[in-house]
Design a protein around this ligand. Structure first.
Ligand code: NAP
Length: 249
């Protein structure tokens, strides 16, 4: 991976920032993508010793991928892209009772349409032995009614992963996904303050703690590395064993 360039979407904070830092530690130059939080993206860039450049663009709106492509091409200046990490996503829109068509469409535009067409747009600059890693969610394998439409978007990401792996394999490109579970980040810290929540999640996790961005980033780094050259079309669970089965004590 040394000397390669990775685009990490949503790298201004949270899991995306952890992925940027982890890949940078492997010698990868990072295109640090952000939407509203330029200061956060600048901090990510600073944390990786400035080895990269910023790409600012809202996803899920018309011309989003063209905007990313334009800024990325400038930063690449003729080099190819080695790794694409589709990490940016909109948060759950609530249960069926209160979900709206607008919120649903927005979720699908950001979480599904954007990564899909970003891959299409970036294929000409993606290296022939390149890597695509998308961040899914454990929400696809457990029933959590407050996240139905969100889980549906991640299900689509996993299906995209499987089918694009088949299509892009002929170019040596691997396509995989990583599924985090309950992962504490700067943005959701307040959510985990909900009384009893951390205890509950911890008790339902085989490894008995909340996840950290770094836990997910390690798995992404593996899939992005040469060591994972024979792994494609997979969704790797990185939840510490969240809801593997009943835990009575
Ligand atoms: P986060 O802290 O909320 O950060 C989201 C990132 O995505 C930010 O950099 C944000 O950019 C960017 N983003 C959001 N909407 C965007 C849009 N419309 N256009 C462009 N960029 C946008 O998220 P996270 O918790 O680190 O989650 C990262 C990934 O892991 C997501 O795919 C999420 O679904 C998945 N995941 C997280 C958890 C968890 O417990 N944290 C669990 C399962 C799955 P700005 O800040 O610059 O606006």
């Amino acid at each position: 991976m040394n000397g390669s360039v990775a685009l990490v979407t949503g790298a201004s904070r949270g899991i995306g920032r952890a992925i940027a830092e982890r890949l940078a530690a492997d010698g990868v130059e990072i295109a640090v993508h952000y939407n509203s939080d330029k200061a956060g993206a600048e901090e990510t860039l600073e944390r990786i010793g400035g080895r990269g450049f910023l790409v600012g663009a809202e996803l899920g709106v018309p011309d989003d991928v063209d905007e990313v492509f334009g800024q990325l091409s400038e930063g690449l200046s003729g080099r190819s892209l080695g790794i694409l990490v589709n990490n940016a996503a909109a948060p759950p829109a609530g249960p069926l009772e209160t979900d709206t068509v607008d919120a649903f469409d927005r979720l699908f535009a950001v979480n599904v349409r954007a990564p899909y067409f970003l891959i299409q747009r970036l294929l000409p600059v993606l290296a022939d032995d390149g890597r695509i890693v998308s961040i899914s969610s454990a929400a696809t394998r457990m029933a959590n009614p407050v996240q139905t439409s969100f889980a549906m978007t991640k299900g689509a990401v996993e299906t995209m992963t499987l089918t694009l792996a088949q299509e892009l394999g002929r170019r040596g490109i691997t396509v995989n996904a990583v599924s985090p579970g309950a992962t504490r980040t700067e943005a959701n810290g307040a959510f985990f303050e909900t009384p009893g929540l951390v205890d509950f999640v911890t008790r339902q996790t085989a490894l008995e703690r909340l996840g950290r961005g770094e836990d997910v980033a390690e798995v992404v780094a593996f899939l992005a590395s040469d060591a994972a050259r024979w792994v494609t079309g997979q969704t790797v669970d990185a939840t510490g064993g969240l809801f593997l089965g009943p835990r009575f004590a």
